[in-house]
Design a protein around this ligand. Structure first.
Ligand code: ADP
Length: 327
């Protein structure tokens, strides 16, 4: 039987990502356009359990499209991993008269959404909001493009000082399990090498590459290292390289959380707007239990159960391009 949807709740959960606000705005405005009452849940699943709901009229999402972070806040919530916690959340949803949920986050958020929708028969649509771009079922996640742009801005600035002083810089970027940011920002920043969790780091070949560069009159070198790189991360590799190759003055920069914030790029704002719009339209068409994605520039739905059980495949071609262009 078709469920009638009159009131939709929206939340952001897990790590924040630039573009989440643009997505909240799109969800709210689309809902209101179709005469749906829109409600925000504060602090992700924690707010569902703690009964923290806020009305979201159209003006509540004015002037947020350009802001990083999330106006709904986000949190990690252990209680939602328990049946009792989810029961509390369901009772609060019922008391509010909320018919369906849109959750914006990463694979943890979708794991919670999947179990919750199955247990209590609540229609849920997931929207991928994470800078990591490692989710199955979408070419891009909201926040990835902005994070890359923050990283390449930092790399460009580091390159100026590296070139002036004949320095070798190791730049550590986010990516505990996947080296996607490192790969993209490494290519876009013209880095000499990219070290990622998906590939083994061979110190010997890294050093011979750097030595070749020095022989070819390179005045500076930038090596981008994903934080999840398997041989110990940027600091450890830099130490090892410094010990065995002293042509350059060697420095390490860990970019850390500056990659998470900032005003979303045009790409992320448009992606967030498309996904937010499509999520509401999906619920109104009785589509549920799916993650929305963008595949070949079209909106695409993947079962939440599939989205959480797989990762996006590693892009070997990009790795090859990075290697070829960094000679
Ligand atoms: P992300 O969504 O960015 O991957 P997390 O992994 O922290 O972030 O997940 C966000 C939240 O989703 C968790 O704090 C928890 O409340 C909920 N969650 C994650 N995994 C599960 C699970 N297996 N069952 C229920 N809830 C979960």
């Amino acid at each position: 039987m078709e469920k009638s949807i009159n009131k939709i709740g929206v939340l952001t959960s897990g790590g924040d990502a630039p573009g989440m606000n643009a997505c909240i705005r799109a969800v709210v405005r689309t809902g209101i356009y179709y005469n749906i009452e829109m409600v925000g849940v504060m602090k992700g699943y924690q707010g569902l359990i703690d009964n923290e709901f806020i009305p979201l009229p159209s003006h509540a999402v004015s002037n947020i499209i350009q802001r990083g972070g999330t106006i709904l806040k986000t949190a990690r919530c252990m209680e939602f991993k328990t049946k009792e916690g989810r029961e509390k959340a369901f009772r609060n949803l019922q008391a509010q008269g909320i018919d369906a949920l849109i959750v914006i986050g990463g694979d943890g958020t979708f794991s919670g959404a999947e179990v919750f929708s199955r247990e209590f028969n609540v229609p849920v649509i997931g929207i991928p909001g994470t800078i990591d771009n490692d989710l199955f079922g979408t070419d891009f996640t909201i926040g990835f493009d902005t994070a890359n742009n923050s990283v390449i801005q930092a790399i460009d600035q580091i390159r100026d000082t590296a070139a002036s002083h004949n320095r070798l810089f190791f730049v550590e970027v986010m990516g505990r399990d996947a080296g996607v940011i490192a790969l993209w920002a490494g290519i876009a920043g013209g880095s000499e090498a990219i070290l990622i969790p998906e590939k083994e780091t061979a110190i010997e070949s890294l050093i011979s590459k750097l030595a070749e560069g020095a022989e070819n009159q390179k005045s500076s070198s930038i090596v981008v290292v994903a934080e999840g790189e398997k041989s110990g991360g940027a600091l450890k590799i830099a130490e090892e390289v410094k010990r065995r190759f002293d042509h350059y003055d060697t420095k390490v920069t860990v970019l850390g959380h500056l990659q998470r914030g900032g005003s979303p790029t045009c790409f992320d704002r448009v992606l967030a707007s498309r996904m937010g719009y499509a999520a509401v339209k999906a619920l109104l068409n009785n589509v549920e239990g799916k993650m929305i994605g963008m595949v070949n520039n079209r909106m695409h739905f993947t079962e939440l159960s599939l989205a959480i059980s797989r990762h996006s495949p590693f892009d070997e071609e990009l790795a090859e391009i990075a290697a070829v262009l960094s000679i």
